[in-house]
Design a protein around this ligand. Structure first.
Ligand SMILES: Cc1cc2nc3c(=O)[nH]c(=O)nc-3n(C[C@H](O)[C@H](O)[C@H](O)COP(=O)(O)OP(=O)(O)OC[C@H]3O[C@@H](n4cnc5c(N)ncnc54)[C@H](O)[C@@H]3O)c2cc1C
Length: 363
């Protein structure tokens, strides 16, 4: 019998498995497809909620913890695995000036650097930006290249001795006397374990709903497009009208994203392509000189108010969940994995866990 089974190989599962393995537990991670190919791959890798001043305090508390720890974590991960997740603190320009009053109050209260950039100062920063003459500048916001982060995490798990089983879909969570006894897997039978952790992203609701009253984790589709430009065309993350442009070091530029209720239909659409191109060209007209190299979709695990479930199950002993991170699973991932590890091991938690339980009011 293994100590612990982790269901789902996205950022939540990989980080949770790694933390628990490093604490000395025997861990097997089960992934229904290939590791790191769902929402965690599809995301933008911005290490902040998009308009942080609008975010519930409970989400910001997790984001802040992660933001403090990401630089050291990614540096050590790169050293350990020889895969660089490209942590870059290139800042965020917000062009929605109606956000300024609320953003200013928030920045003062939280002691976050925030500047107002106007005219030449703005165009000196981003010469290709057009149609705007004012912006809020948050210099400390960083990004990671999430597909590379996932590759590095997969390798770190392998090096640490986590057993990774791809193409193993968990279909049921058998239990005895209100205690979890393992998982049932399509075509592979039963694996026994003391502890089972659900980190199955948008699919977590389906798994939990087989054994308990419904929890509110549902898929919300997001589509993105990619341009390949010359490095340096754009140097900062730019956000306007809920659309963003993310420049990578090598000149790749991501533009996102849609927010669509489409069930588990992970498909791209022509209308999203047109919307995203329109958003991109309105911000950076020069992008129209480049062709769209790629378009993709991912399923975000939405939860009420985007407040994740990081908790033991209230009725089933040995069953835990770390899911429902909605639009912020990359930035929250580090803190959430550490918090669920603290809960499982009975360590003093990094944050008050009561607001992330399955029964907490999500406001
Ligand atoms: C377009 C887009 C842009 C985004 N941008 C950002 C951003 O800039 N910053 C940010 O912080 N967040 C962003 N996000 C959100 C973030 O990507 C998600 O919140 C996060 O990836 C969720 O991680 P996860 O590991 O919980 O889920 P996933 O990455 O979806 O992983 C869950 C895994 O569980 C597996 N699984 C499911 N059911 C089973 C089963 N029964 N048995 C075995 N395996 C199973 C799935 O196959 C999957 O691999 C974005 C998301 C999208 C779609």
């Amino acid at each position: 019998m293994v100590d612990c089974l982790v269901i789902g190989g996205g950022i939540s599962g990989l980080l949770t498995a790694l933390h628990l393995r490093e604490a000395g537990l025997q861990i097997t991670l089960l992934e229904q497809n290939g590791i790191g190919q769902e929402s965690s791959w599809a995301g933008g890798g911005i290490l902040s909620p998009l308009y942080p001043w609008q975010c519930p305090k409970t989400v910001m508390a997790l984001a802040k913890w992660s933001q403090t720890h990401y630089p050291k974590f990614t540096k050590e991960l790169a050293q350990r695995t020889s895969i660089d997740p490209e942590y870059v603190r290139n800042g965020l320009l917000v062009l929605d000036m109606n956000e300024y009053p609320q953003a200013k109050v928030w920045a003062e209260q939280e002691n976050i650097p925030l500047e107002l950039l106007e005219n030449e100062d703005l165009y000196d920063c981003e010469p290709e930006l057009e149609n705007y003459n004012k912006a809020l500048w948050l210099p400390e916001i960083a990004q990671v290249r999430n597909p590379r982060l996932l590759k590095a995490l997969k390798k770190a798990c392998e090096l640490a001795g986590v057993t990774l089983l791809e193409h193993h879909r968990v279909r049921a969570l058998p239990q005895k006397n209100n205690k979890i006894i393992g998982v049932e897997i399509d075509q592979h039978g039963f694996i026994a374990a003391e502890i089972v952790i659900i980190t199955a992203g948008a699919w977590s609701g389906n798994l939990l709903n087989t054994i308990a009253p419904p929890f509110e984790i549902t898929p919300v589709r997001g589509q993105m497009i990619l341009f390949t430009t010359q490095p340096g065309l754009i140097s900062r993350i730019i956000l306007a009208n809920s659309h963003y442009v993310i420049p990578r070091r090598d000149g790749c530029v991501l533009v996102g994203s849609t927010v669509e209720e489409a069930g588990f239909e992970k498909v791209t659409t022509e209308s999203a392509l047109q919307d995203l191109k329109y958003a991109a060209f309105s911000l950076i007209p020069r992008l129209a000189d480049y062709t769209v190299q790629k378009q993709w979709a991912g399923l975000r695990p939405s939860s009420p108010n985007g407040i994740p479930y990081i908790s033991k199950h209230p009725l089933i002993e040995g069953l835990y969940i770390n899911a429902g991170h909605f639009r912020n699973g990359i930035v929250l991932g580090l803190a959430c994995a550490r918090l669920i590890t603290d809960i499982i091991l009975g360590h003093p938690p990094i944050l008050d866990p009561s607001c992330y339980t399955l029964t907490a009011t999500r406001k």
